[in-house]
Design a protein. Sequence first.
Length: 317
Amino acid sequence: MDYVPTKPLVIGHRGASGYRPEHTLESYRLAIRLGADYIEPDLVATRDGVLIARHENEISQTTDVAAHPEFAGRRTTKIIGGAEVSGWFTEDFTLDELRALRATERLPGVRRQNTIFDGRFTVPTFQEILDLASAEERRLGRPIGVYPETKHPSYFASIGLALEEPLVRTLYRNGFADRNDHILIQSFEPSSLLKMHEMTEIRLIHLFEEPPTDLEAIATYAYGIGPDKNLLVADPRMVHRAHEAGLAVHAWTIRAENQFLPAGYRIGAEPGQRGDVTAEYEFFLDMGVDGFFTDHPDTAVAAVNAVRRHRVPASVG
Ligand code: G3P
Ligand code: CA
């Protein structure tokens, strides 16, 4: 399929995770309020097969599970994606049990202000996130897209909790089944994407942390690629080549604090202080990227709007 340029998308990475504990309804709600076009839940499964939003299936970094004595015996060690991981795992809890937990800030050192929300928000299900997007869409009168990612899909399939079927089924039940819907499904694992390519026409994004090789082959099943932003810095022609292959390009992840910015965009020496994140957006907009995953959606909206004022308008996608 030919590449069609659209307004660059602002994707609220784990919601507005620069301002609220990630993957909570409050984080997604704020991302929408700040103007994000899409909100991004990473998805894992519970023991009873319910999709919930967490970046990892190990949840001690982003919930208060360690403070629950009733779950102390669930602490264990597993091999996930080839690495030994110790802690508490979503697949060992039913949804009812997980309801007892509360979210915590992943980066308390850099985002100390977010810790005031620790213990206040629950871990949402994918259905609750779709409900939120739909309610906000009606309230605001603009499309609110949802951009789910299958996390550790091979691992979950290996323990009998494959993510793809419940993901596609949940989307279908909510009325999402084709490429025109404001849904994008992402994964790092090609096998997960190929499985979903057989199941749905919803657009797929292949994520990369290493350079993608055969863009034409990727274009046979994916709408676009999601490269680590550093890959684009190392290979500025990648965006053009992807467009030539008919693929959109969504870069990850832009964060406003110095710690996450290239040296030239930092302001001062404090890792948690805001740097010149606008300059980083402008760099990637000039390159022609079609969207950003960002922890600070308001900063991306401002940068996209400022650049668009100086350019010929493209269609909105
Ligand atoms: O999904 C895009 C980006 O979020 C990939 O990185 O690790 O934050 O899920 P991660
Ligand atoms: Ca993600």
